[in-house]
Write a protein that binds this ligand. Sequence first.
Ligand SMILES: C[S@@+](CC[C@H](N)C(=O)[O-])C[C@H]1O[C@@H](n2cnc3c(N)ncnc32)[C@H](O)[C@@H]1O
Length: 435
Amino acid sequence: MSARHTETRINPTRLTATRFTPALFHHGQKLLSEVLRSDLAADRVVADYFRQHRELGHADRGFVADAVFTVLRRKRSLSARCAGELTSRRLLLAALACLQGMNRRELGAVLSEAESHWLAHAKGVQVSELPAAVRLDLPDWLHGLLSEQFAGEDMEALVAALNQPAPLDLRVNPLKVGREEVLERLQAGGLRAEACRHSPLGIRLAGKPALSKHPLFVDGSIEVQDEGSQLLAFLVQPRRGEMVADFCAGAGGKTLLLGALMRSQGRLYAFDVAEQRLARLKPRLARSGLSNVHPVRIDSERDIKIRRLAGKLDRVLVDAPCSGLGTLRRNPSLKWRQTAASIAELSTRQAAILSAAASLVKAGGRLVYATCSLLEEENEAVVRAFLEQHSEFTLCSAQEIFAKQAIAIDCGEQLRLLPHRHGTDAFYAAAMERR
Ligand SMILES: C[S@@+](CC[C@H](N)C(=O)[O-])C[C@H]1O[C@@H](n2cnc3c(N)ncnc32)[C@H](O)[C@@H]1O
C-alpha cells in the first residue's frame, strides 16, 4: 500500500492565493500527466516534481497541487464532462472551470477558441443526471461495495468528505510535554491550533503549515499523525512494563504512540517485512526519546523470530496492509488503482497475518486488528472468519475500552471511524482478548 500519512510533504492551499498564469497552468498540466502515468503514490510524484522546480513558490505549489488533486478526486465526473477527448489538459481545464469556479475570462490566456466552446458545453453538463457512480466519482466495483454499506445521504456525505483534503493533525508526545503547553506554544507562534475531538493527545491545525523545522517537531514533542490513527493506539491500551508488538509497524506512526503510552518501559517490537519503512522509523524514534522500541525486519508473518515469541506478548497490534481506501482524502488515486480482485487478494493476506500475529498473544492478552479501509471484505469479514477459526479469542467492546480512558466516542463494539462522522480518515479496528 502507498504511504498513508504523507500529505504533509505538499501544501495545497486555496486557488486564490496566487496569480493564474499560462506558466502555472503548464506546470499543472505537466504534473498531472506525470501523476496519471506513474505507479507511485500521487503525493510522492508531486513532491519530486516540486523538488525539480524550485522556482515555484509556496502559493504556486499550492495552486498546482490543489488543481492536480482535484482532478484525481473527481476524475470520473470530469471525464464525463470532457466527452471524448480525455487529455490531462482537458481534465485540468474542466477542473478549474467546473469545480474551482474559474471563469472563461480568467482562463482566457490558456484557452483556444475551440476549447472555449468545449468548456461552455462541459460546464453545462447536468451532473445530477449522471449515473450515481460517475456523479460520486467512484469506479463501479467500489460504488457497488460501498452502496451495500452506506445508503442515500450517508453515502453522499461520506463521498463528499472523502473528496475533501485531510486536515493536518499532530500528536503530542506525553513523554516530553503536555497538550495544553503545545497548544499555547503553537498559538503564540501564530498557528491556528485546537484540541482534537476524541484523541486526548491530538491537535488539529488550520491550513498546512510547514512543520519539519518547528522546534516542537525537532525536539520530538510533536509528531504528524491523523487523529484516527492515534485512536487505534488507545484501543491497544498498552501499559508500562508490558511485552507488546506492533506487527505491521511500517514507519512507526502507531509504534511511537504505543511506546509513549508504555512510558518507554517494557518491550515494544516493531515488526515489518519492509526494511525501507522500518528505516524511516529510526529518526522518528531518535526524536521521540523512546528507549523500549525494538525494530525487527521479518521475512514474512511466519518468520522464526515470530514463532519464538509465541504466547509471550500482552498486546499485539496488527495494522494490516490494506487498500488504503479510508485515506482517499490524502491519496485520491487509490480508488482508481484498486480492483475487486486486488481486494480479494488483500483479504487473504490480512487473514494470514492476523492468524500469525494472534499466536504471539498470551492468555488474557489483547489483539487488535486494524485497517485504513472502508470495506467489509478487509474489515469485519476478516475478523469474523478469524473468530470462527480461533475460539480462544473473544471480541471486546471498543466503546468500553475507550470509556475506561475517558475517550468519548460513539462507536459500538467494533471501531469504525468515518471522515463525515468523526472528522478522521476512515479506520476500522476490532479488539479481541485471548482466554
Ligand atoms: C498499513 S501499513 C502500516 C502503517 C504503520 N503501522 C503506521 O502507523 O505508520 C502496513 C504495513 O504492513 C507491512 N507488511 C506487509 N506484509 C506484512 C507481513 N506479512 N508481516 C508484517 N508486516 C507486513 C507493510 O510493509 C506495511 O508497512
